[in-house]
Design a protein around this ligand. Structure first.
Ligand SMILES: [Zn+2]
Length: 300
């Protein structure tokens, strides 16, 4: 939880206990969330001799209209403006799509253990799905594939879009020509969704921009939850949370992430994934991340 969220939560608990009017008329409780715009208006009216004109202000914390007099306002000390952003939090989660990367003729990477990525992603995905079903019996857990079959990237994300999933999680293993490359990383859509729409000649209106930005940000939240969950379990390099230009992210109408669990090309990591206990621990991190993602009190 960062300072901003702590502040907002404190304000909510304060406002819950103290009536808005007594809060505003008491110099002990200054309202730090008054819009700059409102304060300027109040000053203008006071200097014009408007006296105690009742002004309506919208409280961004409570999202309610409060009656405030300019006299009350004038008594308040000047405080620095705080940019109030609505924290992006997931709503109620009903459906989660788990996507085991690759499959069929698309085998993915092959690492030092000579096992194709497509088998490893499926094995981890099956454990993740089982554990999620046990932990969240009311949530619908959908796998894009349950066997070794080829699916296009578009088909995978379309599946999530069509059933209006609340989260799409694509599982992958990394590979590099650099044998030293190690660790986990995660990707979310960033602004790449916009570039993809422009490339396809689609227009981006304000509504679309707002919705897609919010959706992408939720993907970023999930990506952060994953990196934190991995950090708690594995003593390897955290390669970061990054925007990625991948079809399952750019074409996603739902919060979407690509998770790279480990490097198959690394001598230690690539052999490690052969072990059932390592795959179980990786699955555990993914499950933990999804549970935390859905917990609105958790700030990754
Ligand atoms: Zn992959």
């Amino acid at each position: 939880m960062n300072a901003f969220h702590r502040h907002i939560r404190r304000m909510i608990s304060l406002l819950a206990g103290v009536s808005a009017l007594s809060l505003l008329s008491s110099s002990a409780f200054a309202d730090p969330v008054i819009h700059h715009h409102t304060r300027l208006e109040a000053q203008r009216e006071t200097s014009a001799g408007a006296g105690s004109v009742v002004k309506k202000t919208t409280d961004p914390v409570m999202n309610t209209q409060n009656s405030v007099t300019t006299q009350d306002k004038a008594a308040l000390p000047q405080l620095p403006d705080i940019t109030v952003e609505t924290p992006v939090l997931p709503g109620e989660i009903r459906t989660i799509v788990i996507d085991p990367g690759h499959g069929g003729t698309n085998a993915g990477a092959i690492g030092v253990a000579r096992i194709h990525e497509k088998y490893l992603t499926l094995q981890v995905a099956l454990i993740v799905a089982d554990r999620l079903r046990a932990k969240m019996p009311d949530v619908n857990i959908v796998l894009t594939r349950q066997r070794d079959e080829a699916l296009s990237l578009t088909e995978r994300i379309q599946m999530a879009n069509q059933i209006q999933a609340d989260l799409f999680v694509s599982l992958h293993f990394n590979s590099s020509t650099n044998p030293e490359a190690i660790g986990y990383e995660s990707f979310w859509a960033g602004d790449f969704w916009a570039a993809d729409m422009e490339k396809n000649g689609e227009t981006i209106d304000d509504q679309t921009r707002e919705t897609r930005t919010k959706t992408a940000k939720l993907g970023e939240r999930m990506a952060k939850c994953f990196n934190h969950a991995m950090h708690r379990r594995f003593d390897v390099l955290d390669r970061g949370v990054k925007p990625g230009d991948y079809t399952v992210l750019t074409r996603a109408a739902v919060p979407s992430v690509v998770l790279e669990l480990a490097f198959l090309s690394h001598a230690k990591e690539g052999i490690g994934v052969v072990s059932q206990s390592v795959r179980s621990k990786l699955a555990d991190a993914v499950v933990d991340a999804i549970v935390k993602y859905g917990n609105v009190d958790y700030i990754p």
